[in-house]
Unconditional design. Structure first.
Length: 271
């Protein structure tokens, strides 16, 4: 496949060329002609084209100026509103995207994955759902607590992104995607995930803030055992922290990445 412009690695430009994967992404978004879709990084418009066919309206935010002219030539403004810019400084409200009234579909540039997901959940009007192409390793971590719930599941290793996603949404794996589905071929494998924002968040605002403060402190020193990190963040002595952890059968010597989302909720609720 040849491109009019040479793909930029720094912008995560690995374009999808596998129609089967595009079909799976669009099916997971459960689009109807009433849906408004925000696409991050339309690129050369391959996914955009199918989104236009299946939805009522697409807003597409693309950072690479070199692609804008071709996108504008390919789609009418009635079909796609193309916005040139960085999605991380994009204001969805100005583009008419309101709480529970739009869906996000994206083959994400991987360098923004964590920042983008956090921005959507913490600052944006909530979408009905998100269907995202992410690095396979990121998807596996996000799905880790779910996998652990199954008997015989592999040991889980979460991180701050995975736990935050669990807090705000219900994650599902749509499909794994081989490297050959992209041009240029990337160095890492990918997966499509679907995130459905929770109608009710698990904690009240004050406890939520406390949990995120604890997570940030624990994952800043993720090789450290909880018994060494928690006393200062909870303002308790080691004995009290030890008691707090052993009640729900969490070893004080555990490292933060080995606790499931449910373990953290139990812990915060017992404070
Ligand atoms: N949607 C196309 C596809 O599936 O073939 C392209 C996906 S490519 C992985 C990522 C796209 O996001 C590129 O077009 C890239 O220029 C764009 N992009 C990179 N950083 C961006 C940012 N911060 N805001 C908006 N678009 C960005």
């Amino acid at each position: 496949m040849t491109f009019k412009v040479s793909p930029k690695k720094s912008l995560g430009q690995n374009f999808l060329i596998n129609p089967g994967i595009i079909e799976k992404i669009v099916a997971a978004a459960e689009l109807t002609s009433n849906d408004k879709v925000l696409e991050v990084g339309p690129g050369t418009g391959t996914l955009t084209k199918v989104l236009v066919e299946k939805s009522g309206m697409v807003v597409a935010v693309e950072k690479d100026r070199r692609l804008i002219e071709d996108l504008e030539a390919a789609f009418s403004p009635a079909q796609v509103r193309i916005i040139e810019g960085d999605v991380l400084s994009f204001d969805p409200v100005v583009a008419g995207l309101r709480d529970n009234e739009y869906k996000i579909v994206a083959n994400l540039p991987y360098y923004i994955t964590s920042h983008f997901i956090r921005t959507v959940f913490e600052q944006w009007p909530q979408p009905i759902l998100l269907v995202l192409m992410v690095q396979k390793e990121v998807a596996q971590r996000i799905m880790a607590p779910v996998r652990m719930a199954q008997p015989g599941g592999k040991p889980l290793h979460t991180n701050l992104l995975a736990l935050s996603v669990q807090y705000y949404a219900e994650p599902r794996l749509v499909t794994h995607v081989s490297k050959g589905s992209f041009r240029p071929i990337p160095t890492v494998d990918s997966s499509v995930i679907k995130l459905i924002p929770r109608a009710n968040l698990p904690l009240a605002a004050e406890q939520e803030e406390r949990l995120f403060t604890i997570w940030k402190a624990c994952f800043a020193g993720k090789r450290k055992q909880l018994i060494n990190t928690l006393p200062s963040v909870l303002n308790l002595n080691k004995d009290s922290v030890s008691q707090l952890l052993t009640k729900p059968k969490i070893s004080p010597q555990s490292r933060p990445e080995t606790l499931s989302f449910e373990d953290w909720l139990t812990l915060i609720n017992s404070l």
